[in-house]
Design a protein around this ligand. Structure first.
Ligand code: PHE
Ligand code: NA
Length: 451
């Protein structure tokens, strides 16, 4: 059986496409700044555990469901549930994922819009060689100017709709083939720069020296939430991509490869960024402003900084683009399946809705400040409920669904994990370790935040 949307030409295209989804703002913007805020080394270690013990097994669960049914996430869960003789309401998992992905897309594209703005600014040389006051002011001004943000947000949504409208082979696959090699090359060039800053060792030890005092419950939760976010889990993206995967390819091996690549990119991004930060005596714990304020100043102070800065934001832009494509794909595939729409109108319709939602986010910085949800502005609130509530919940349900609900013969057959031992290892982790870890951290955190 084949998906009506097409399938990846080969195993490597699938790996690269899924890696394109995984590698995004999460790796290059969020990972470095949360690592900075949470004290470095100890946080990185916890994060690696979350990837291995929770992220990888759940990713396998998602892909196996997608590939089994060869349909969009909502229909894939419904169909596998039918095959296993389960209630069709299990498809709510698919809905939760698609909804989460959709909400994420709305504010993700606002941030991606800032990145486009910075690509342009760096490219024309306007954004370099400035003091930190100026850099801060520039960023504050951007947040205060909805019309500027709107231009870039709109452009980004169009870029994503354009690719998704092309379909799996002429859109997603073609974009993957061009953008992923470009992304790896850019990353290596940037690493080369940072090795030459003279502060490489300091950046290295910030990431890799173990400092348990810095570790809090909060940090553990952030690490877990980020493990979901960075691997694109819990929102249908990976399940949808899995539904276009070849029948013979091993799910275990491909998922491991994707997990390793995503982690490597995050670490290399950290190694490209922190030395530059230290070389210019700046603060690694600058938070979300790390990329938009700290780095531009650092670029302005280093030789060749304009080129470096331009390449850096180009890298971030490419990474954000391939990720956002995977956020729009699941819902688009569903519209095509459900209503028999063509790709273009389906992607366009969804693009318009998400574009409008994004506007609410970008207005929340300087205009709709009175609107507070759980004490947060719209943008922060959407980030919070997706990363800390919807994704863990959705991941938990996928673990329960693929580990406990689906018959063993279905999961075994799809995973084709050679030996009994590997299968037992996967099923132990997906049934016990992953759900318990997610549940504990999820409950502790919500209690902390809301009590
Ligand atoms: N994984 C992406 C990142 O790290 C974000 C993302 C989440 C993309 C979910 C698609 C789906 O930036
Ligand atoms: Na990622």
């Amino acid at each position: 059986k084949q998906s009506i949307h097409g399938s990846w030409a080969n195993r490597w295209i699938f790996i690269l496409a899924a890696t394109g989804s995984a590698v995004g703002l999460g790796n290059i913007w969020k990972f470095p700044y949360i690592t900075g805020e949470n004290g470095g080394g100890a946080f990185v270690l916890v994060y690696l555990f979350c990837i291995m013990l929770v992220g990888i097994p759940i990713m396998m669960g998602e892909i196996l469901v997608g590939r089994r049914a060869r349909q969009s996430p909502i229909n894939a869960v419904r169909e596998t549930a039918a095959e296993a003789g389960l209630n069709k309401n299990w498809s709510l998992i698919g809905w939760l994922g698609v909804l989460a992905g959709y909400i994420i897309f709305s504010f993700y594209s606002v941030v991606a819009g800032w990145v486009l703005h910075y690509i342009a600014g760096m490219g024309t040389g306007q954004f370099v060689d400035i003091s930190s006051d100026l850099a801060g002011e520039r960023f504050t001004n951007l947040l205060a100017s909805p019309d500027q943000m709107l231009v870039w947000h709109t452009l980004f949504v169009l870029m994503v709709v354009g690719v998704v409208a092309g379909g799996v082979n002429k859109g997603l696959e073609r974009a993957t083939k061009i953008m992923m090699p470009a992304l790896f090359v850019l990353l290596l060039v940037l690493l080369g720069y940072s090795v030459n800053t003279g502060s490489f060792g300091q950046g290295w030890s910030f990431l890799f020296s173990f400092n348990p005092e810095a570790l809090t419950w909060d940090a553990v939760l952030v690490a877990l939430g980020h493990a979901f976010f960075t691997l694109s889990l819990g929102m249908g993206a990976i399940m949808a991509y899995g539904s276009y995967m070849g029948k013979k390819d091993s799910i275990g091996v491909t998922v491991l490869t994707i997990g390793v690549l995503d982690t490597l990119v995050a670490l290399v991004a950290g190694l490209a960024i922190f030395p530059v930060v230290f070389a210019n005596q700046m603060d690694p714990a600058a938070g979300p402003g790390l990329m938009f304020i700290t780095l531009p100043v650092a670029f302005g102070q280093m030789p060749g900084g304009q080129v470096f800065g331009f390449l850096f934001f180009l890298l971030v832009g490419v990474a954000a683009w391939t990720s956002a494509i995977s956020l729009l794909e699941p819902a688009t595939a569903w519209l095509v399946e459900r209503f028999g729409l063509k790709r273009l109108p389906a992607a366009l319709l969804l693009g318009v809705i998400v574009w409008l939602m994004g506007i609410a986010s970008l207005l929340s910085f300087n205009h709709w400040e009175e609107i507070k949800l759980l004490g947060m502005g719209i943008f922060d609130f959407l980030d919070f409920i997706t990363a800390n509530v919807m994704l863990p919940l959705s991941g938990l349900m996928i673990a329960i669904y693929s580990g406990w609900m689906l018959n063993k013969h279905i999961t075994r057959d799809e995973l084709a994990l050679g030996s009994n031992m590997t299968y037992s290892a996967w099923s132990l982790v997906i049934r016990f370790i992953a759900p318990v870890a997610v549940m504990v951290i999820f409950v502790v955190n919500l209690y902390d935040k809301l009590a």
